[in-house]
Structures are given as structure tokens and as C-alpha cells.
Design a protein around this ligand. Structure first.
Ligand SMILES: Cc1cc2nc3c(=O)[nH]c(=O)nc-3n(C[C@H](O)[C@H](O)[C@H](O)COP(=O)(O)O)c2cc1C
Length: 257
């Protein structure tokens, strides 16, 4: 009986030792496994970051390249367009200079009304434009016709005044028809028009005066200029309303053809 008891105790104690040993081993192995998993997770995170970095670098590079391509294409397109525009301009100047209809529209305009009409005539006749610009521009005060001492009033009071022209000289050689535009000042052409017509030779050229005004007709302004010019075949000319439309300007052109 004692022996059996001893055997039983041994068995119980042995089992306990064995179970305890097993339990320790499992705990260690779980700890080891956790460490491995943590390491793996760290490695994966690092790899994921690397891939992310590489991908964004690639995406950035692609975007930069695409943007550069688009910019280059746009610039090339703009350059082609600019070249075309330049070519067209050159062609149109070439046409006017070479086989041109040899028409010039020369004008003086203090406040822009005559300029608008001149531009319309040039457009409809495919003519070249020349602006007679005063060397000393007219200020608002200069143009005040209510002031007896304003520059314009004084100039119009004296037929011999010749305001200087500031725009570069023009070679009239190749022009056969010249439209000559100006505003009416005190019933006549401004004195700077006298400067212009006395400066150039209109021999063999057809000169067609036109004016704009607040209401006065062209009067003797055209014939006065013709007398000062002494050369050229002068038409009677016409006053064109400041709001003259394309039709009335076209009629004026047709009636002088
Ligand atoms: C000094 C001066 C005198 C003017 N005299 C007359 C005139 O006698 N009769 C008239 O109808 N308009 C007269 N005007 C008005 C202009 O002829 C008219 O506004 C013209 O269309 C202006 O042309 P512009 O804008 O090309 O300078 C006069 C204008 C100025 C500044």
C-alpha cells in the first residue's frame, strides 16, 4: 500500500513538472512568434513606404514630363501661329506695296472721329493708312473753340500758321489715289492740313478730300487745300457723318471711282 502511494505521488509530481515545462515552452514560442510577426510587419511597412515613395516619384516624374510636353506643344503651336500671323502681315504689306491698288488714306484727327472714318475707308478700299500727327499734340484746352485765345482759335484766325507734323515722312511715289481726311475747324480744314499739302507733290495723283464735323458741310475746305497744294487732280470731296455706316462710306468711295 505504501509503495502504491509513493508511485502515485511520483506520477502526480512528474505530470506537474512535465505540464509546467510544456507551458513554459509554449509561452516562449508564442513570444518568439510575436517577435517574428512584429519584425515581418515592420519589414512590410518599410517595403510599403518604399513602394509608395517610388510610385509617387514615378507619378511626379510622369506629371512633370507630361506638363513639359504640353507646354512645349503649346509653345510650338503659338510660335507657328505667330509665324503665320507675321507671314500674313508681311503678305498684306507686300500686296499693298507691290500690286497694291496704290491707294493711301492720309488723315488728321484730333479726337478720333475722322480716324474711325479713315480706317473704314482704308478697310473698304484695301488702302494704306497714314496719320498726320502734330509734333505738338492738341490738348483739350487747345481745342476749346469757345476760347478766343485757345491754340486752335488762334491758328484758324491766321491762314499762314503751319503747325509742324510729328509723324515720319511718307513716300507718295507709288500712290495714285489719296483720300485726305480732317475735321472741320471754323468751317475750314485745320492748319496742319495746309502744312501737309504744301509739303508733298501730288502730281498725277487723284486727291479725294473728306471731313467730319459737328454739322457743317465740307464747304471750301477741299478747294482751299487744292489751291495750297498746287498739284494733283482734286475731287470735290464730301463730309461724312461721325456715325457714317459702311453703306454710306461705300457710296462715297463708289462715287469717287
Ligand atoms: C477748334 C474746333 C472747331 C470746330 N469747328 C467746327 C465747325 O466750324 N463746324 C462744325 O460743324 N464742327 C466744328 N467742330 C467740330 C468738329 O469738326 C467735329 O467734332 C469733328 O468730327 C472732330 O473730328 P476729330 O475727332 O477727328 O478731331 C470744331 C471742333 C473744334 C475742336
Amino acid at each position: 500500500m505504501r509503495v502504491i502511494k509513493l508511485v502515485l505521488i511520483s506520477l502526480v509530481v512528474g505530470s506537474a513538472v512535465f505540464i509546467s515545462a510544456c507551458s513554459n515552452t509554449n509561452q516562449n514560442s508564442v513570444a518568439v512568434n510575436t517577435t517574428v510577426v512584429t519584425e515581418n510587419t515592420n519589414n512590410l511597412t518599410t517595403e510599403a513606404s518604399t513602394i509608395q515613395e517610388e510610385t509617387s516619384t514615378q507619378v511626379e516624374t510622369t506629371i512633370v514630363k507630361e506638363t513639359e510636353k504640353v507646354v512645349e506643344e503649346t509653345m510650338n503651336k503659338e510660335q507657328v501661329e505667330m509665324t503665320n500671323e507675321t507671314t500674313n502681315e508681311t503678305e498684306s504689306i507686300g500686296v499693298n506695296n507691290m500690286e497694291t491698288n496704290n491707294i493711301l488714306v492720309a488723315y488728321f484727327s484730333a479726337t478720333g472721329t475722322t480716324k474711325r472714318v479713315a480706317e473704314k475707308i482704308a478697310e473698304l478700299t484695301n488702302a494704306e493708312l497714314y496719320e498726320i500727327v502734330p509734333l505738338n499734340p492738341y490738348s483739350d484746352a487747345d481745342l476749346n473753340w469757345n476760347d478766343n485765345n485757345s491754340r486752335s482759335t488762334k491758328e484758324m484766325d491766321d491762314k499762314n500758321v503751319r503747325p509742324e507734323i510729328g509723324s515720319s515722312d511718307i513716300d507718295l511715289t507709288n500712290y495714285t489715289t489719296i483720300y485726305l481726311g480732317y475735321p472741320i475747324w471754323w468751317g475750314d480744314a485745320p492748319r496742319i492740313m495746309s502744312t501737309f499739302v504744301e509739303k508733298y507733290n501730288f502730281d498725277g495723283k487723284k486727291v479725294i478730300p473728306f471731313c467730319t464735323s459737328g454739322g457743317s458741310g465740307i464747304g471750301h475746305s477741299g478747294s482751299n487745300l487744292a489751291s495750297l497744294a498746287k498739284t494733283g487732280n482734286w475731287a470735290n470731296g464730301e463730309r461724312l457723318n461721325s456715325s457714317a455706316d459702311t453703306n454710306s462710306i461705300q457710296n462715297f468711295i463708289n462715287s469717287n471711282n
